[in-house]
Design a protein around this ligand. Sequence first.
Ligand code: C2E
Ligand code: MG
Ligand code: MG
Ligand code: MG
Length: 303
Amino acid sequence: QAKDRGRNNFQVFSPVMDRQLKERVAIEASLRAALESQTQLDVHYQPLIDIETRRVVTLEALVRWKHPIDGYVSPTRFIPVAEETGLIAGLGDFVIKRVIDDMVQWRKGGSTVLVPVAINISPGQLSRCDLRQRIAELTQVNSISPAMLQIELTEGAMFDQVESRHGSNGGEDGVDAINDLRALGVRVAIDDFGTGYSSLSYLKRWRVDYLKIDRSFIRDLGTDSNDHAIVGAIIAMAQHLKIKVIAEGVEGWSQLEMLRKLGCRYAQGYLFAEPAPASKCRDFLNGRPLGLNGDDTDLLKVV
Ligand code: C2E
Ligand code: MG
Ligand code: MG
Ligand code: MG
């Protein structure tokens, strides 16, 4: 073991690492400033649709950060930094509050909000903060049903929960963030399914409502027979477990047709709609079928 540790510690400090480290430090500092000012941060929403009816079933909330000099920074760059530095607690809280605010504004604007909003939750948010309490509070104060909220957890986050419940700290500690949230009425989706720890035990342990197949399996669905087999198997498994399946990152008609053939009911992707600011979400809220981007052939109606 000591030998392993020794070996892992022996690293070459390369110019690339130097640059990466500097970037991370810079992101941390400016994200901290952004959280204080809050004017650089926003939340956009992307619909998840029922392929058969084209109705929006959920809106996914996606945080946006516009750096005063660098412009938009991708969440794939700053979320990991936020997770490692603990800034995720403040950022996560900002997102939840903003989502609730936006729902209140939609309602005030006369929209009947019929679709739940899905919020991405990082592992640290589940274990460190009392998410259930926070959501219970905010929904009650604003007269929003907790059933109008959904959380998206990656397999890593589910795995962390298994660890924290049954890990070194003496096993069952009575804290089960996921079940607590479900008891409140909040729905749960597993995000980026297929890319995390390939342990399926959490599907036994927790009832989840949705499983989102990661974009990497969807991208080449039309041409890659391995992807086809994997996606088909996930859909079949989910059907047995009575979990709804959403395909992420659907950009083209061929992918959509393939998904239909495989029996996938729900999808999300640029083919349907890109993430949009709250002020542009009116058409997503009313439960009416969505028009499609690009050529509106009648492909969706073909059986
Ligand atoms: P995710 O949860 O898997 O979100 C879906 C991502 O795919 C979003 O990227 C969305 O814009 C993008 N996307 C949607 N349709 C398509 C498509 O057809 N093609 C392609 N190429 N991409 C598509 P985004 O907004 O950059 O977010 C990236 C990731 O950052 C998210 O992946 C999520 O893991 C994380 N994230 C975003 N917002 C939050 C947040 O508020 N809290 C936390 N903890 N994580 C967040
Ligand atoms: Mg997500
Ligand atoms: Mg995802
Ligand atoms: Mg993803």
